[in-house]
Design a protein around this ligand. Structure first.
Ligand SMILES: *Cc1c(COP(=O)(O)O)cnc(C)c1O
Length: 354
């Protein structure tokens, strides 16, 4: 830190993303990226956007918002796009929290939430998950605080019922409840809170193209909410980064989300690989949570999880290990292609056998 860095952020601990090692034949199962390429129409759509790069991108994101709205059966006025979900979370917290309006969230959840609170000087109300790492949503009822719930949760991969979230919305009528549904399209049908949008004006749902639509590098996420809340977040957006989604990303996202057949196909493949991987890990003595996401959360007493992580890494297989309270003996394993999972098991079996 230089002596010029603002003292008000002196204690800021930035988020640590999954590492991006650049080596050949790396098997990258550490950031929940989708293992399949973007939909076939994306390359041409991006190429077609290039001549228009002379101009600023469409401020209203009209075509993209329409495509996202069609995917979910809502109106374009319900959508706000951002430079990744991480930016949308920032917009939402900036709009709906402040020094006097804390943010409540779980102790084991997406670790970007506390970082954003530190950055924005928002007090944190951290609510521990249960002993089995499930969430007791009753603890979020009647809090009178802004709330963010990742559902399904990361890194636990567990899904909470919509009925529980509805109680949280109902009992916090004067506060926003953000439901981070990054992984909901890997969960059983009917897991999204979207139907609650008609009944509750305090719901903000966040999504990203990074995990479900194979575009992590394009940086594109979106919120779904009532138009009044979208307008609130736009006030913040237009105060610091009006052109936050570039033209190539708008084109890529539109092409990706319109290709429903490709999305269904790769999602089905991923879920089959998830079932297969879960079973194989259990056969090897791992305890694996029932995942509603594109990753598995697992533990074992055959070897310390930190050591498994390091041994895999030495062989070019990256998974995620968190040096964090309660979960330091767990591993988070992103579901890759069948070939990648096969390589994972080959290496795992080599050192577990010894
Ligand atoms: C990956 C992830 C995000 C961030 O998505 P980006 O659009 O890539 O910024 C947000 N929330 C959760 C729970 C995630 O796992």
């Amino acid at each position: 830190m230089s002596r010029y860095f603002t003292k008000t952020l002196g204690s800021l601990e930035p988020y640590v993303p999954g590492e991006q090692l650049k080596i050949d034949s790396l098997v990258k199962l550490n950031a929940n990226e989708n293992p399949y390429p973007p939909a076939p129409g994306v390359a041409a759509a991006v190429a077609a956007a290039v001549p228009g790069l002379r101009l600023y991108s469409d401020l209203s994101n009209r075509t993209l918002n329409e495509a996202i709205a069609a995917h979910w059966g809502v109106q374009p006025e319900n959508i706000l796009c951002g430079n990744g979900s991480d930016e949308n979370l920032l917009l939402a917290l900036r709009a709906f929290c402040d020094e006097h309006t804390p943010l409540a969230f779980a102790d084991v959840t997406y670790s970007f939430y506390p970082v954003l609170c530190d950055l924005l000087h928002i007090p944190q109300h951290v609510i521990p998950l249960e002993a089995d790492l499930t969430i007791d949503l009753k603890k979020y009822c009647g809090l009178h605080e802004t709330i963010v719930i990742a559902n399904p949760n990361a890194p636990t991969s567990l899904l909470a019922p919509v009925a529980g979230i509805e109680e949280v919305l109902k009992t916090n009528p004067d506060n926003i409840v953000v439901v981070d549904e990054t992984y909901v399209e890997f969960a059983p049908a009917g897991s999204s809170c979207l139907p609650l949008l008609e009944k509750y004006d305090n719901l903000v749902i966040t999504h990203t193209f990074s995990k479900t639509h194979n575009l992590a590098g394009a940086r594109l996420g979106y919120c779904i909410a009532r138009p009044e809340l979208i307008a609130d977040m736009n006030r913040v957006k237009f105060s610091y980064s009006p052109y936050n989604v570039n033209s190539m990303t708008q084109a890529a996202g539109t092409a990706a989300i319109r290709d429903e057949a490709y999305f269904r196909d790769i999602t089905a493949k991923l879920l089959a690989t998830r079932a297969d991987t879960t079973e194989k890990l259990r056969q090897r003595g791992f305890t694996v949570f029932d995942s509603a996401t594109n990753f598995l959360f697992a533990t074992t007493d055959r070897m310390p999880c930190r050591e498994i992580f390091e041994k895999l890494r030495a062989q070019g297989i990256l998974i995620r290990h968190f040096n964090a309270p309660r979960i330091s003996n767990y591993l988070r394993i992103t579901i890759g292609t069948d070939a990648e999972m096969q390589r994972f098991f080959t290496v795992l079996d080599e050192f577990l056998a010894h």
